[in-house]
Write a protein that binds this ligand. Sequence first.
Ligand SMILES: [Fe+2]
Length: 685
Amino acid sequence: MTRTDRRRFILSAAAMGASAAWSAKAAPSKVAWTERRDLYPQGVASGDPGPDSVILWTRRPAEGSSIPLTLEVAEDRDFQRVVATTQTEANAALGWTTRVLAGGLKPSTEYWYRFTDPQGAGSRIGRTLTAPAANDPRPVRFTFVSCQNVQQGAQNAYRRMTWEDERAPAGERLDFVLHLGDYIYELVFDPAISPTNYDRTNKDLVRYKTGRKIANFTIPVTVEDYRQVYEAYLLDPDLQDARARWPFVTMGDNHEFSWQGWQSIAVFGGESMPAQTIRAAANQAWFEFQPARVTKPGAGLNAFDAPKVTDTPVTAFDDHGLGTEPNNLTALATLTAYRSLRFGRHLDLILTDLHSYRSEEPTGRKGTEPFSPRPYQQFMPENVQKVLDAGRTANGGKPPATLRFGDQDVPNVCKDAPPQTILGATQKAWFLKRLKASTATWKVWGATQGVLDRRADLQNLPASFPKWPGAGYAGFGGGDHGAAYVERGEIYDFVRDHKITGFAAVSGDRHSFWAGRAAKALPPERFEPVGVAFITGSISAPGMAEALQYNMKKDDPLRPLFLVDRPDGGRPDVTANMLMRHGVASCLEYAKSRDVQKARAVRNPDNAPHLDFLDVGGHGYAHVTVTNKAMTCDFVCIPRPVTRSATPDGGPLRYRVRHEATLWAPGAEPTLRQTVLEGDPELSI
Ligand SMILES: [Fe+2]
């Protein structure tokens, strides 16, 4: 390596807040290392692998303000072939975390790493992998995950993933884990006040040093508070083992900042709260705990020089819904997390941040309540969702002043608003450019939130039901690209017009498994899929099925559309899956006969031609393989993760279902082939 290359490498590491370690000839370790996991309570991690480099991480709290550490990277687990050794420092100003960019590594190669303090007390040994070189034609394998709630659930899914990967042949192991957010849940429940949530027992996991009590939970408000959640979560043995086994690629979703928050605004009980200081604190803690190729504010390696912001109401917005209040812009600029990573010839992973730049969610605005009357409070008419989403551009730029719903004319609260954007203007331009420029076989969009429509044909309910006042299909409200029709259409038209093939969206957030095809519209409009889309169930956070089984009253008139009681008294069958896949007639037939075949025979094929699979009660992970010819996505579903599994395999599986897309020709429509590999997915098909 020339002096200039080396200097450039050190500078690029420094921009990520990382020390640099450069690979040299392999030699046995000269460091006296004794494993002391107690001194590195959050273990080790690696992130954002490239073909010749990867970021390595640990946390080592100490007395004073800093502690020097030695990092070693080796080609073997016994550190007899150490290829890089460097000095770094864990610093109080970064929550005692430290990161090193290890470079000069070989592509698609397994490495081991460990940190050691001046007394010889060492971290656990981590394993990591570099990415395949950009021209490498071999398959790439990864899992994608989201939504781990350590206060309320068990991380058995990671143990299952580890168990399977350890037993996989060398050429078939995972290259990395993609974490699509809700890595933490910032809302913390006090078990003395709220001992349980559905099937779950709230653990006494975190008590914020500062915090703010809202209703029956507490939120973090300082960087120390956010650090407390990451520190507590990473004590989970299964999560920690996963982080020590694979490089992670992570993108935050909403809970890394605030449950219903957007930009630097927090929302509780429908009330907005300026939260610039909270956004900046959340971004800093994310930076500290996620080894990722992002830049941090300030030049020094050992501080996150967060600019000072004050909590100021955000009242003025530009044409893309971005709040122009200076503290808002400053707080958001503390972390730019959207980025792309290349893995061999077949995978470009394009990751987007769906909460930092999004405009206000239109279907949640004050004044939209009349569209969700009892007993249809879960629904909102699809045609109304579309008008609200389009804002002032609805109806060719002549938005209606009111919207007809049953016998009411409801004021259109979005008639002066810009059309909804979830990406924001700058990120969207970047995203489309990356998509177009990609030369990989598969262009995988890491969209933390789902892109598939959720709807039901309530217009087909029999007269025995309370009258649904909507004129057509019912949606389930907005929040993600499943109901961001304008922006989704813009992206998919771009994919179609540029004849981009191998386009796939992978998401989390919905706490449910979904497989289907990415299309901008559904019948009665033209259904023209331009890609495939998969959403993974949560690692452990409770989902819709669990909530329904607790909350839905036996005498709710809509109960058969969501749940059907079993004669054996077991957990009710989840017809909600059938409702969104096949429509109301299938649910009602199933409620009558409990015969799946008969129920599917009366399906409404126009309700969801985009969907092949849906399980709102599924937990686990999704395992993807991409090759020159195909993309497969296996949903690996575990039982409800209420308590930690007692067995080393992480417990039994409910099912493993594969969806496979063969690479389609430019201009052709993708299709999915489904195979149940094991277990029973019940009403999900
Ligand atoms: Fe979540």
